[in-house]
Design a protein around this ligand. Sequence first.
Ligand code: GN1
Ligand code: MG
Length: 355
Amino acid sequence: MFQAVLGAYGLNTENFKIEPFGSGLINHTWKVYNEKVAYILQEVNTEVFRQPQNIAQNIETIKKYLDQTAPKYLFVAPITASNGDDFAVVDDHFYRIFPFVENSCSIDFVHQPEQAYHAAKQFGKFTRMLCAFNAQKLKPTIEDFHNLPLRVEQFKKALEQASDERISEAKFAIEEIIRHYDIEEQYIHMVDSGALNLRVIHHDTKISNVLLQAETGVGLCVIDLDTVMPGYFISDVGDMMRTYLSEANEEEKDFNKIAIREDVFAAIHKGYMEEMDQVLAFTEKQFFIYSGKFMIYMQAVRFIADFLNGDIYYKTNYPEHNLVRGLNQIDLLNKYIAKEPEFEEIIKKINENRV
Ligand code: GN1
Ligand code: MG
């Protein structure tokens, strides 16, 4: 397979080392390198991304726009294959190759608030750079990806079809998801009220999707653009809350280690707002804190639905993996909700200092 894919780019496997790379749950990723040059090779999971051409098209449309409006902005687009496509299809599998950004690094955990600040700034900058671009020109790469009512609907369906064994194993998680249905109600009101604008949103803002300068740790650019599509800013801010606030991530089995760091919350706000303060409408800013609840809850719903469905979506390493991930997110959600008064206070102080 490697030779067929690299061959489409005029490259030869004999000249490269190839190693698995990263920790994504959906696509397969490798680093392809030698002393002179390095690439990232990725196979797109077409069970999840049913029309991978949409990804390639979106990235190309954005690239053209940014080349004209912000030529200095570092936008990591796939390399063009010998036949002119930005991807290669081998045995019905869909691959693309990215340049490996020199002197960059990525991290898997947020250890310090500065890291959250730099990441939030990069995700904010990405949406800001594209705020005058018509988001509707982009195709959804996954229909209804962050449509919470639909995710809840899928959970309900999974519950109807699940085995008694899985339902009883997941009893507490199911009760918790039902107890928090108000988060979905709030979403429906928010969307119906027209408070949020459709923007170009990344939709997967985990820390490993930002490249940092290797020596300084300063943010360089965002990567993993498969889920870049029209959406609401709460998806990006919310996923940062979900994945940066606690040092222990969704894989942690010891929930005592899940803890919300207020200084990281402040750093996300600072980094994102440095870029987006002038862009976001007043009505959108009202949902800054809600965004965390929205994303953490949706992720819990998705993990538990997948557990009830018999683990058909997320890669798992042990039988209860999705259940544990879901319970982890429920724990995080409850801790997040308990911190809301502190978050309000932090934002109030920032706004007071500004006037
Ligand atoms: C998936 O594959 P990865 O790690 O980039 C998922 C995200 C989830 C995340 C949870 C297309 O992302 O929505 O938040 O797992 N991506 C897709 O770890 O479903
Ligand atoms: Mg991703």
